[in-house]
Design a protein around this ligand. Structure first.
Ligand SMILES: *Cc1c(COP(=O)(O)O)cnc(C)c1O
Length: 347
């Protein structure tokens, strides 16, 4: 890895972050707060939330097995994705490399930040080699994006190839593990001590059933987390979200139960789906969704919309011609989907 100072934009490296009222008194046991121009009434909503979310991070550290000072919390993983560009990539100068197809936000944030986005096509098994990714890099490549399990293909990316990228790439490797709770693969978040150039993304939006509260996280070295904290909005995670996250984290067992049920449902749904006359094939998956090739993705998508059932039409995505992405729902929802598609095929 290059020295971090060489990878970070000069203006960010030199940035003096905003110092909020709550930052400035350091840890004394205060009880009268006349520093932040808050209203003294309407407790507890009158107070600014903890800018570093220390209670949430303390719980997360236990649940995720990562030190609290190696965690950044964002307004969804999407905030962490955007911050990666704002921290590391000089607009119009630097570039990033990503697998293709993958999660759309990496490209959207590249475009917003005016950073060149280089795609490296997966093979027919939706896999990639480190060599192919590294060949696409040059001196201005700051980030490599790897999503595993990958969206929309659903599969884990070969671990050995990810490790090769981590060992050989001089810049930052972001491994997005939004779906890792559904995968049997060992998560990369526990490898941050081994790889100083690794950033791992997780989210409360999928297995944790909390897409509404907007809480995503990045795990990385303390130095990289320090950069995230410097650039983020001071109060990026609101009080209500922090409270709800604490409630959820108090009972991680509930999440394990959901995951177990969804994995069993996934097997049943994928098997039944693959038997449908309109199905050409279901791709292997390590997530709470699967990609399926069908006879006519647009016609089937339109038909399902008329039936009040929404799936994701991925037919225009590279390597995904005539593919639908199906999220695993409840047993009733999955059966409704299967029933509608049997009716579509006239069986
Ligand atoms: C759903 C998803 C996320 C989650 O984004 P949030 O902003 O945390 O809701 C992140 N990465 C991938 C690949 C996803 O599919």
């Amino acid at each position: 890895m290059k020295p971090l100072e060489q990878l970070v934009r000069k203006n960010i490296w030199n940035l003096a972050p905003y110092s909020s009222a709550r930052n400035e008194y350091s840890g004394h046991a205060a009880h009268v707060f006349l520093d932040a121009n808050e209203n003294p009434y309407n407790k507890p909503l009158n107070r600014y939330p903890d800018p570093l979310q220390e209670d949430v991070k303390a719980r997360l550290a236990t649940v995720k097995g990562v030190g609290a000072d190696h965690i950044f919390l964002g307004n969804g993983s999407d905030e962490a994705i955007d911050l990666c560009y704002r921290i590391f990539c000089n607009p119009q100068v630097d570039n990033v490399v990503a697998i293709e197809p993958t999660y759309g936000m990496y490209q959207v944030c590249a475009d917003i930040n005016d950073v060149e986005y280089r795609r490296v096509l997966l093979d027919s098994h939706f896999q990639i080699t480190a060599d192919k990714l590294l060949v696409a890099c040059d001196d201005h490549t700051k980030l490599i994006w790897i999503c595993s399990p990958n969206n929309p293909t659903g599969n884990d990316i070969n671990r050995q190839e990810i490790e090769r990228v981590l060992q050989r790439f001089e810049g930052i490797v972001v491994v997005d593990e939004a779906y890792s709770d559904f995968s049997a693969a060992k998560p990369f978040r526990t490898e941050i001590a081994k790889y100083p150039n690794l950033i791992v993304l997780n989210t409360m939006s999928k297995a944790w059933g909390c897409a509404a509260i907007r809480l995503g996280m990045a795990f990385a070295s303390k130095d990289i987390i320090g950069l995230f904290n410097k650039v983020k909005y001071p109060y990026n995670i609101n009080y209500l979200t922090q409270q709800k996250a604490l409630d959820m984290l108090a009972d991680p067992y509930a999440v394990d139960q959901w995951v177990r049920i969804l994995l069993a449902e996934r097997t049943q749904l994928a098997n039944a789906f693959s038997e449908l006359p309109c199905c050409i094939g279901v791709y292997p998956t390590d997530a709470n969704f699967f990609l399926a090739k069908v006879t006519d993705a647009q016609a089937i998508y339109d038909y399902l919309v008329r039936e009040g059932i929404i799936v994701r039409n991925r037919t225009k995505v590279s390597l995904c011609g005539n593919c639908l992405r199906i999220t695993v729902g409840t047993k009733n929802e999955n059966n409704e989907l299967l029933g509608a598609l049997r009716k579509y095929s006239g069986v």
